[in-house]
Design a protein around this ligand. Structure first.
Ligand code: NCD
Ligand code: ZN
Length: 346
């Protein structure tokens, strides 16, 4: 008998769509399954002002396939020069749903990020006052901290002091990758949430490095030890309201992934729902998939759940998906979970 599962239409609470030819090529992959997505602002140059976010939103809407019902939820890239009044206006108009904090140098296109947190105090205070969430890339960037420790050190030395200094600030820990991240999010109360990616539920650091270097598994924050992957799986499948899906689907053309200095990012927009159904079934938690993909995120962001539904079907034979998306910017390899997928979106 074919197994099937109907869910509220899911949302992606952390997505990179890029711009131009890449946007055109990858947007249909997300719009096919997801109702909304929090759109990351790390373009070159970054999306810093409300006016820039409005223009980027227009470009996304113009790139949507005919008939697609997809709503981009815009974010602003926090810099030390961000104007608190502009943030307030962009949020109060409904355009902007979050502000993104990148510690300077933490990841792709993050050099305009924050070095001195005293310089963003005014913005943080406005955000706390109006309830506008801050999405945090939670890694320190200091050269002497090992890359595998950067998330845990960030929580202790930056995130926790920042939250204590800014009562009422609502924070999303983006793409958590460690058991420390899981524990901190769980203990944080109603103003703290955490997104978990698709790929961090599948790969640990061995997948990147054993038997030859696998550039398509390299992303930031980098995948950690197996015990951390297991903590993430337990969190995602727990149903707890603080954990929700943020794929961090981050397309780069193959030429820049398969490179002497390869870009960070896994492209998972195409097969995320199939992979998640597989993971939740393995964990005996198919009944909690909807909370993770479709309910907990809107509750945190104080938005209604999507009106429609999607139906997942488990096929008898492996469900085919393209290995690459061909864009006019170049081919983009779709994340390979390393096992066949039987679940697909009907
Ligand atoms: C993202 C990108 O390519 O923009 N890369 C990644 O590995 N996740 C940036 C980010 O979210 O860190
Ligand atoms: Zn990201």
């Amino acid at each position: 008998m074919t197994q099937s599962l109907t869910l509220r239409r899911p949302d992606d609470w952390h997505l990179h769509l890029r711009d131009g030819a890449m946007l055109q090529g990858v947007l249909p992959e997300t719009a096919r399954h997801f109702g909304r997505a929090i759109i990351m602002p790390n373009l070159v140059p970054p999306v810093v002002t409300g006016a820039q976010a409005a223009a980027y939103r227009d470009r996304i809407l113009a790139a949507l396939p005919e008939g697609a019902a997809f709503e981009p939820l815009m974010t602003l890239y926090l810099t030390e020069d961000t104007d608190p009044a502009d943030v307030r206006a962009a949020a109060e108009s409904g355009l902007v749903k979050a502000v993104k904090l990148y510690p300077a140098g933490a990841t792709t296109n993050s050099h305009s990020g924050v070095r001195n947190f005293d310089r963003v105090r005014g913005v943080l205070e406005v955000m706390a006052e109006i309830g506008l969430p801050m999405c945090v890339h939670g890694e320190v960037t200091t050269a002497e901290i090992d890359i595998f420790d950067r998330e845990a050190v960030f929580i202790d030395t930056v995130l926790d002091p920042l939250r204590r200094a800014t009562p009422g600030l609502r924070v999303v820990m983006e793409h958590i990758t460690t058991e420390e991240g899981v524990a901190y999010a769980r203990a944080g109360g109603p103003d703290l949430g955490a997104t978990i990616t698709t790929h961090h539920l599948i790969i640990n650091r061995n997948h990147i490095l054993v038997g030859g270097i696998k550039p398509h598994y390299y992303c930031l924050p980098v995948a950690k030890r197996e015990k951390h992957r297991l903590a993430l799986r337990a969190a995602a499948t727990s149903g707890e309201g603080c954990f929700f899906l943020g794929t961090d689907s981050a397309p780069h053309v193959d030429a820049l992934k398969e490179h002497a200095c390869g870009c960070a990012g896994c492209f998972t927009a195409t097969n995320t729902m199939s992979i998640l159904a597989h993971v939740f079934e393995e964990e005996g938690a198919l009944d909690r998939l909807e909370a993770f993909t479709s309910l907990n995120g809107p509750a945190f962001y104080r938005l209604p759940v999507n009106p429609g539904t999607i139906r997942l079907v488990k096929h008898e034979t492996a469900h085919a998906y393209p290995s690459k998306i061909i864009t006019e910017a170049g081919p983009v390899t779709v994340f390979d979970p390393g096992f066949p997928l039987f679940w697909g979106v009907a």
